[in-house]
Design a protein around this ligand. Structure first.
Ligand code: ZN
Length: 559
């Protein structure tokens, strides 16, 4: 174990934490000792009472009595009493840099209904007469009257002279006013890129909503965000992550922000580890294997900024009725959703990524989308790489053993469950009651020995992992409804949910040798809570106070 620790440390290029340990060797007192109810996240369920940290790595895990001899005059001790000590959370799917870095003009995430959305846009427009393009984010189809898509005309009624673009479900839908359509030259005759569809009226004219992938490219007039503001946003994000125990994120960092991450690292300011996704195929904003390998050369920083995963997608989102389903939508019987990639091109892209030693993560939300992703993975000879399906809102039971067979990691964001249940059971409307048994079937997946990885899809959901744990364990809204849980047979235990958020996420990014569990030789990424999480009801988990967060042995947050 000692030699392993040194091997790990020698790989750290310029970490101050690393040199101190290397000089002192691995004997002698620890730099940091953390005591509490230690959940190691090891598959055997091992518990302990103390963790010793030397430099950037865990030196020992043991009992309170053993921990006495790890403490020297210089040792910092954090004692949580009966509070939980866990491996730091690893958000396996989030949009950290874009979410914190690019602030939208109008925040619609908590706007309920059309009138409130229009009022907020009008209010912003009045207060910012100089802003030529107004962008908003976070409206939901489920909140619209009759569950039907809004139109340009509705937006024109509040802002006519300036372009307005309102995004839903991240980049999966955009609602534009007439001025925006005009500036983008999107009339009935305009050709659309593959993977994009426009909603149209009887005359085939676009009515203002576009669905699919690559929608940003439709509106090339949107202003370039200010780099200094984006960097300030990322710094704020780093503190927010520290406050809720997030020590690693997996993120498709925008090309503008990659240099910023490396700069923060080199200045010793990075307090979250980034696994940076490359784009599976080349598009208007970059992507492809060659680019990823080049970026890796330039921006990789051992243990802090890593590459190795290519992100692509096959469908949209259930809330927008663009998830690809095996059978039609319950509330749109003529449609099975949208496919955003051609299967032949997908197979070729997966092959190319594997040949370069890169795993593939595919956004697939409907049961048809999940099957399409899985078919692409299974068509390939086993490469030893664990590919991933992202989201998997609806999974056909027949595909669960196939996911296990392929060794595919299923990367889910349980917070969506709490959100969508709060919107009047949007799954029941889209899928009908029978298929709801297969919505986020976490228990069935684990029972079939499928590896689960947890994340948030921030900024669609809050970055706070406690909300996701609560949703996976309780299958309830944030308010704790329904009392007994929605399809409670798919609930996880808290131990399983934490393991998905730590060990599972580490497997998903191919970093299980370095993180995901609390054991000697692994990076000292630890979160400490004031309470024993295992003694709390699921809906109380989001209130559990974080006492300290440690990344690479450095205390980055302490209450
Ligand atoms: Zn996402």
């Amino acid at each position: 174990m000692k030699s392993w620790a040194l091997v790990v440390l020698s790989g750290v290029p310029c970490g101050a934490q690393a040199s101190s340990t290397a000089e002192r060797g691995s004997e002698g007192p620890a730099d940091l000792v953390i005591r509490g109810r230690v959940f190691t996240a090891l598959p055997d369920g091992a518990l302990a009472e103390a963790v010793a940290v030397r430099g950037a790595t865990i030196a020992a895990v043991g009992s309170r009595a053993e921990s006495e001899r790890w403490v020297g005059p210089e040792t910092r001790v954090i004692d949580a009493g009966e509070g939980s000590v866990l491996p730091g959370f690893n958000d396996a799917h989030c949009h950290f840099t874009v979410g914190f870095g690019m602030q939208r003009d109008v925040d619609l995430f908590d706007a309920r209904g059309l009138d409130e959305i229009l009022a907020r846009v009008a209010g912003y427009a009045r207060a910012h007469p100089e802003d030529d393009v107004i962008e908003g984010m976070g409206w939901d189809l489920a909140d619209m009257p009759g569950d039907s898509f809004p139109t340009s005309a509705q937006l024109d009624a509040v802002v006519e002279e300036r372009a307005v673009l309102l995004w839903s479900e991240g980049p999966h839908a955009v609602w534009a006013n007439s001025r925006a359509l005009e500036r983008a030259k999107l009339d009935g005759a305009a050709p659309l890129p593959p993977g994009v569809i426009a909603l149209r009226d009887g005359e085939r004219e676009p009515t203002g909503v576009f669905l699919g992938r690559g929608l940003f490219g439709l509106f090339p007039f949107t202003p370039f965000p200010d780099l200094a503001l984006m960097q300030a946003g990322i710094r704020r994000g780093l503190s927010e992550a520290a406050r809720c125990g997030v020590t690693s994120v997996q993120d498709s960092v925008s090309s503008m922000l990659r240099p910023c991450l490396a700069e923060l690292h080199d200045a010793g300011e990075l307090s979250v580890r980034f696994h940076v996704w490359g784009g599976l195929t080349r598009g208007p904003f970059g992507g492809g294997v060659t680019e990823t390998l080049e970026l890796k050369k330039q921006h990789e920083r051992a243990d802090w900024i890593t590459f190795g995963t290519q992100k692509g997608g096959v469908d949209g989102m259930p809330s927008l009725r663009t998830a690809r389903l095996l059978a039609p939508y319950a509330d749109e019987p003529g449609s099975t959703g949208l496919t955003t990639v051609d299967p032949v091109r997908l197979a070729a892209a997966v092959r190319e990524a594997h040949a370069a030693g890169l795993r593939v993560a595919l956004h697939a939300t409907g049961d048809g989308g999940v099957r399409m992703a899985l078919d692409a993975f299974l068509a390939e000879p086993r490469s030893g790489l664990r590919d991933r399906v992202e989201h998997a809102f609806l999974v056909d039971p027949a595909d669960i053993p196939r996911l296990a067979l392929a060794g595919t990691v299923v990367s889910v964001q349980p917070s969506f469950l709490a959100r969508d249940l709060a919107q009047g059971e949007v799954y029941e409307r889209r899928f009908g009651p029978e298929r709801c048994k297969n919505v986020l079937p976490l228990r069935a997946l684990l029972d079939a020995k499928v590896t689960l990885a947890f994340g948030t899809d921030f900024s669609l959901n809050a970055l706070d992992p406690r909300q996701g744990l609560a949703a996976a364990v309780g299958r309830q809204t944030a308010a704790g409804e329904p009392r007994t849980g929605w399809h409670p047979e798919q609930r996880l235990t808290l131990a399983e949910a934490i393991r998905a958020y730590t060990l599972g996420s580490a497997i998903a990014e191919g970093a299980v040798a370095k993180k995901g569990t609390l054991e000697p030789g692994k990076l000292a990424d630890v979160v400490v809570f004031a309470r024993d999480l295992f003694a709390l009801e699921p809906h109380a988990l989001p209130e559990a106070e974080c006492l300290a967060t440690v990344v690479g042995g450095r205390v980055v947050y302490a209450r």
